[in-house]
Design a protein around this ligand. Structure first.
Ligand code: ATP
Ligand code: MG
Length: 449
């Protein structure tokens, strides 16, 4: 009671003050305590400040803490150059991407430290013919560093030593109102970097923030600019959407904004599969749930799900033309993956796992003799089984099959013996059993039929 009362009195007396162009918001107003900063994040800001530099926790972490969410990681921004940061922390290394950053290691935790930088002044800016910035690596001060960021909620600096937030763009008020607002003129900012349009979709879906009207308005007319963005970066962003824990909302939002067309072959596949839509949406929902429960999600599993109905269609075609099921499956997989590779959509390194998951689907049908036991020993059994459950839930495969495997996995030796299906008399070792249920559906869709 008293605590609450004191808090209220404090809040009333605590005031935002100005420092240059920044508003300084005290702890009593925002309530984010330095205890909420990760061990590494705190060590880095402390270490840099002790060495005489400015250092703040910045970006997504501050935003997430204000929204009462657990940050994924803690990034730090400083006026120290990468070499200077490197000298302060023994366990650190400079990594160079578009801009040099320093990674400081604390056991499992890696804190990313970036030096304040500025948008390059208009006359010096290197842009492509559409206005996209090709280079933005110029050191700057804190205020410039705030201005080059995308959304006001992403441009807040938190000082763990004073527990104050430095805010140059009214991001604190926006975050409180759960509004996602671009910094500066939306058209200019999307032209500089069209990926910001996708970030707007992803962050608003993931954080439940409303896109401010002027931030949203130009997107419909500007979406074609995404074609000029390198595929690898687009894929990166699409993957972030799919693995955001809110992929279903992201996809719905993309559709609403009519951003889903021609964006990326991968997304077209997701959104334009008439048959597979239910399956794909289930897979995405399932992924969202797993991420919500902090379980791991394998991108290969997700890709395998996204492409499954394409593989099925290619397989069906071959079987109708007289191909043998397993051989047809190999050809179908290669065809679909080949198409993907040509479009640069899905990284090649996931191929092997995707194929294993797909191939094992056929083997779930074989429930006699030693074969189920051999299947259980497959390293990808778990993933393949989860995949089977999605097929059952989407109506493509019989529930009974999923239930059978669910029980068989953990059953006692006696129970397993009871569950095994009899080898069919006269069945040759490699001949497939005829479908036992729903023969028409199975024939249309089921590669193991
Ligand atoms: P997440 O929770 O997904 O990590 P995030 O906002 O932290 O969200 P990051 O990609 O980690 O996203 O970027 C860190 C910070 O860098 C952002 O908060 C933002 O300030 C800035 N930033 C990232 N991408 C852009 C961009 N395309 N344009 C301008 N600023 C960006
Ligand atoms: Mg981040």
């Amino acid at each position: 009671m008293i605590k609450k009362f004191l808090k209220r009195v404090f809040r009333k007396s605590a005031k935002v003050r100005s420092s240059g162009n920044a508003q300084i918001i005290p702890f009593e107003l925002h309530g984010v305590s330095s205890d909420q900063i990760s061990y590494g994040g705190k060590r880095v800001t402390d270490g840099l400040q002790a060495a005489g530099y400015q250092a703040y926790v910045v970006g997504g972490a501050v935003r997430d803490l204000l929204l009462q969410r657990t940050p994924k990681d803690f990034d730090v921004a400083t006026d120290a150059t990468p070499e200077q940061v490197r000298r302060v922390f023994r366990r650190s290394r400079i990594i160079g991407r578009r801009f040099q950053l320093v990674h400081v290691m604390f056991g499992e935790e890696v804190v990313e430290v970036s030096t304040f930088r500025s948008l390059i002044e208009a006359e010096d800016a290197q842009t492509d013919e559409h206005g996209r910035l090709l280079r933005d690596n110029q050191f700057g001060d804190q205020e410039q560093d705030a201005a080059r960021r995308d959304f006001t909620a992403n441009a807040l600096f938190y000082d763990p030593a004073t527990q104050e937030i430095h805010d140059f763009h009214n991001g604190y008020a926006d975050t409180r109102k759960q509004v996602l607002r671009i910094i500066g003129d939306a058209k200019v900012r999307y032209r500089e970097d069209p990926v910001r349009m996708l970030r707007a979709v992803r962050l608003s879906a993931k954080l439940g923030m409303k896109l401010e009207a002027a931030t949203e308005a130009p997107i419909a007319a500007m979406k074609d600019l995404l074609e000029n963005v390198p595929q690898a970066r687009l894929l990166d962003e699409v993957l972030k959407m799919l693995l955001s824990g809110h992929s279903v909302e992201c996809i719905q939002q993309l559709r609403r904004m009519n951003l889903h067309h021609g964006l990326l072959p991968l997304l077209d596949i997701i959104l334009e599969q008439p048959m597979g839509e239910k399956f794909v949406m289930l897979a995405l929902r399932n992924t969202d749930e797993r991420i919500g429960q902090e379980k791991t999600v394998s991108p290969a599993f997700l890709f395998a799900a996204l492409l499954w109905h394409e593989v099925l269609a290619a397989w069906n075609l071959r079987v109708q033309q007289g191909g043998r099921p397993v051989g047809a499956m190999h050809e179908a997989m290669d065809e679909v993956l080949g198409r993907q590779k040509a479009q640069l959509a899905i990284p090649h390194r996931h191929d092997a796992v995707m194929k294993e998951i797909w191939l094992l689907q056929q083997r779930f049908e074989q429930r006699a003799g030693q074969r189920p036991f051999r299947l259980l020993e497959q390293p990808r059994f778990r993933a393949a089984f989860d995949f089977l459950l999605l097929r059952c839930a989407s109506g493509e495969s019989d529930d009974e099959l999923g239930l059978w495997w669910d029980e068989f996995q953990d059953a006692s030796a006696e129970r397993r013996a009871e569950m095994l299906q009899p080898e069919q008399a006269g069945e040759k070792k490699r001949r497939r059993r005829k479908p036992r249920k729903k023969p028409e559906a199975a024939a249309a869709e089921n590669p193991a039929a």
